[in-house]
Design a protein around this ligand. Structure first.
Ligand SMILES: [Zn+2]
Length: 180
């Protein structure tokens, strides 16, 4: 079954009129002409590596994929830069201050929220944190742990795009080194 990505949007948010399919990813009101396009939401995720080359991983406290491993990160707020979102999410979920971040790659992702397929573009960064500041998990993170590269298994990560990203990361020659 392949339905329109805006199939749950049946009425115009401006006038309540019939919201009809405009093209593959937009709908248009038959009464007032209001048009809405579905775009990908931006999200960020952090590969935080310490001096020993270990990766900081989080255990998810919430659905989807509750209990599986994850990387610190989350959605970018409207008006926010990727770097600002990364700094905010790392602080919220680990308590740590980001010291450096360099862009690695991005992956498209889809996940179901309220029966709605949310499309995201996840941007991944290689990061370091202030290792003197104590870690404390919060928000949607149950616990945090440092894992050596040879103990990292992609299948332990519950979200599909994170799992793919972990496989990419493990293949990168510099995954054990600190960002410059
Ligand atoms: Zn309308």
């Amino acid at each position: 079954m392949h339905s329109h990505p805006l199939h749950l949007f049946s009425h115009c948010p401006r006038c309540g009129g019939e919201f009809a399919i405009n093209d593959a990813r937009s709908k248009r009101c038959v009464d007032c002409g209001f048009t809405y396009y579905l775009n990908a939401s931006a999200a960020v995720a952090a590969f935080i590596v310490n001096d020993q080359g270990e990766l900081l991983v989080a255990q998810r406290a919430k659905e989807p994929a509750r209990g599986t491993l994850d990387l610190p990160g989350g959605f970018v707020d409207p008006g926010e830069a990727l770097e600002t979102a990364l700094m905010r999410e790392v602080k919220e979920e680990t308590g740590a201050l980001l010291q450096s971040a360099s862009y690695l790659f991005s992956l498209p992702n889809v996940y179901l929220y309220s029966d709605f397929e949310v499309h995201t573009t996840d941007a991944f960064f290689l990061c370091s944190i202030d290792q003197d500041s104590p870690l404390r998990s919060a928000d949607d993170v149950e616990s945090l742990q440092w894992i050596a590269p040879h103990d990292i298994h992609a299948d332990d990560f519950g979200l599909q795009s994170i799992r793919r990203a972990i496989r990419y990361f493990l293949q990168m020659p510099h995954n054990v080194s600190k960002p410059a």
